[in-house]
Every structure is written in C-alpha cells, then in structure tokens.
Design a protein around this ligand. Structure first.
Ligand SMILES: [Fe+2]
Length: 382
C-alpha cells in the first residue's frame, strides 16, 4: 500500500522573500512568533526577514533555538507564544529552528505537556490534528528540507532524539529564497548539502512503492551531486545555490517514502550528550558504509544512481557509488570518519540501540541487526 501526498505551498526564487507580507495576509497570521537562532540573528538573516514585515505588525522573537533542538527549548518558545497571544510562526534558519517551530505549533494547539507523547515511535502521529498552528518556513541552509517535510527531530526530556511527524506539521508555506544561503560558510554548505544528497539517495533506495518520489529523488540527487562542490567553493554562486536549495527541497518532499539506515544511525549519534555533531556531516560519514551494506538487496538501482551522477557504467554498483561518495566527501573537506569527529568508542553500543529504535530503521531496504549496526559504525570510524 502506498500513500502518496504532495500538497505543500512553495514560493521558490531568488528574491522570494519579498512575498512574505502578502503570504502572511493570505494565511491570516497577524501576531507571529519568530523562531530562529542566535546565528541567524548575528548573520543579519532575521534582519532581512524583518525588513519585509510591516512596521505595525506585533512581532515576538524567540532566538534561543539550540544547535540540536530540545523539548525544553520548545517549552520556552511555547511560553512566549502563549504569553503574547501569537497566531502563527515564522521559522527562520536551518533544520533546528524549523523543527523547533513544529514542536511549538503542535504543543500550542494540542493537549498535554509532553512532546515525546507525540513522537512517531510512541504512536504520536495519530494524535496530531489539523489544529496545528500555521508555520511559514524560511530556510537559510540547503539541506534539511524541513520547510516542506512533515517531520521534526527533537531531543526529548528523556534524552532520546525522536521525530514528530504528521502531514499537519508541514509548514503552510515554504518561502525558499536561495539568496539567504549565500553567506553560509563552506563547512556548513558541505555538511547540509550532503544531508540533501543523503535524503535523495536514501529515499530512492528505500523499499517502498512510490514512483513519483523516486523521480523527484533522482532529480534532487543529480542536482546535489552536481552543485554541492560549487556551492561549497563559492558561496556567491547563484546557480549552485539555487540548485542546492531545490535539491534540499526535493529531498524532503520525498521523505514521505521513507529514509534508511544512514538516518537511523545519525539521529542517535547527533543526540549524544556532550558532543555537538552536525547531522548532515554525520550522514556524509555514514553514507558509504550503508550504501555498500544495501548493495545486495536493491537490485539494479545503483545503475540508475550512477547514471544521474554521471559515473561510468562500470561504477553502477554499491561499491562504485560508495567510492564516489567517499571521494566527494574528501573534496568537500568532510571529516574522514566518526573518530575524526571526536566520537568516543564507548558510544558505539548506545548508537546501535538508538538506530534499532529509530523510525528510519523501518524503511531501510535492508534492516541491519544490532551487530550489523555496530559493524556499520566501525566501518564509518575512518
Ligand atoms: Fe537528514
């Protein structure tokens, strides 16, 4: 059985930010809570958005989003939302502010005070209703695609990094202006770009029947492969930035098909206490080993992947594509492995346990056992 849904309203173009006021009026948002982080404020990105808002619009700013959003931060933003009588959210930034905004929009309109009770692995999706407060998502990175996705990943009070997910959590508008990504530094362009690349390739390989998602994923894969290096080398490259913004958006449009073992591993790794490990960079590091692991079960899909990546026909195998991804990682300056990222060996078993309990474990084409997850982690050590 396949559920195939494409409903998101998207404004996409360099300069699209100028449509913000008109779009807020269409949505009936009159008292927005701005959810962003200190980095976006310091980089002047919030300032650029503010310029597009009418001077008399009552605005409440929450800029405390942590690098990996937490349930506690969601509560802080929710408190502001309620105190100021907000009626919608403008999320500005990468995946963290957009995911946090989803948590706030959910808890502002649904009963209870435990966000974890709404997590996908707790059966939370069925409890999420159309009452979710409206979100306008303005991405400032090209990777997560959270602006068009139905999910958000949050570190819960329990310490687990879990996804909330529902079609009702999809932002009412994705306002994608690639110009907002021009100032993103090279290492973040590379890391977020590899997140977009991973979304497209994991979705394409996922063992679910969804041909429209496959077609979009292949287009996103082609764009990410072709442009991530250019965008990393020259942040002002308009063509590269625009294509990366599209690849990120496409990668998240196809999430609905399902992700795989790369994300099942990177979620618990990114949630480890005492580290600050970047999600997209972790995906880049895990990807080659997982591609090789999937090789025996995905038929001739790697032929198609190699084709869109412009690799020779002889490289149309798990090994060929994995080697090409490793070489790309090196050119992008991605760390050689988990060890180089500062991970300690003592975390390996905890990550394997987390991967087994992650929602992405369910859609991966070949489900690793606990021992196989440990092997995949060791192979990604560098
Ligand atoms: Fe991701």
């Amino acid at each position: 059985m396949s559920l195939i849904t494409y409903l998101t309203r998207i404004q996409f173009d360099c300069g699209a930010l100028k449509l913000l006021d008109a779009e807020l009026q269409l949505l009936g948002i009159r008292r927005p809570l701005i959810v962003t982080d200190k980095g976006c404020v310091a980089a002047g990105l919030w300032g650029k958005v503010k310029e597009q808002l009418p001077g008399n619009l009552p605005i409440t700013l929450y800029d405390g989003t942590p690098e990996n959003p937490t349930e506690a931060a969601t509560r802080d933003a929710l408190k502001l939302y309620k105190e100021e009588g907000c009626d919608g959210i403008i999320a500005i930034g990468g995946g963290s502010p957009m995911d946090l905004a989803k948590g706030v929009a959910l808890m502002a309109t649904h009963p209870g005070d435990s966000l974890q009770a709404y997590a996908m692995v707790e059966g939370g999706a069925a409890k999420i209703t159309p009452k979710v407060a409206p979100i306008v998502a303005i991405p400032t990175t090209s990777g997560t695609g959270s602006e068009v996705s139905r999910g958000g990943v949050i570190i819960m009070d329990s310490g687990r990094k879990l996804a909330i997910g529902s079609p009702y959590l999809i932002p009412k508008l994705a306002l994608i202006d690639p110009e907002l990504t021009f100032g993103l530094p090279p290492h973040l362009t590379a890391g977020t770009g590899m997140d977009a690349f991973t979304h497209n390739i994991e979705c394409f390989l996922a063992n679910v029947y969804n041909p429209p998602a496959d077609a979009i994923a292949l287009d996103g894969l082609e764009k990410a492969w072709k442009y991530v290096e250019r965008a990393t080398k020259d942040g002002q490259d308009r063509e590269a930035r625009t294509n990366m913004a599209m690849a990120a958006m496409e990668g998240a449009m196809v999430f609905q098909k399902g992700l795989g073992a790369v994300h099942a591993l990177s979620h618990p790794t990114g949630g480890l206490k005492g580290y600050r490990l970047h999600h997209g960079t972790l995906n880049a590091v895990y990807l080659p080993a997982v591609l090789r692991f999937n090789g025996p079960v995905v038929g001739d899909k790697f032929k198609k992947v190699a084709q869109v990546m412009g690799l020779p026909e002889s490289e149309g195998t798990a090994e060929g594509v994995a080697n090409a991804v490793s070489a790309l990682n090196e050119r992008l300056g991605i760390p050689k492995g988990l060890g180089a990222m500062g991970l300690k060996q003592e975390e390996v078993e905890r990550i394997a346990d987390g991967a087994l309990g992650d929602h992405c474990h369910l859609s991966t084409p070949r489900q690793p056992t606990r021992a196989q997850y440990i092997e995949l982690i060791e192979q990604s050590w560098g």
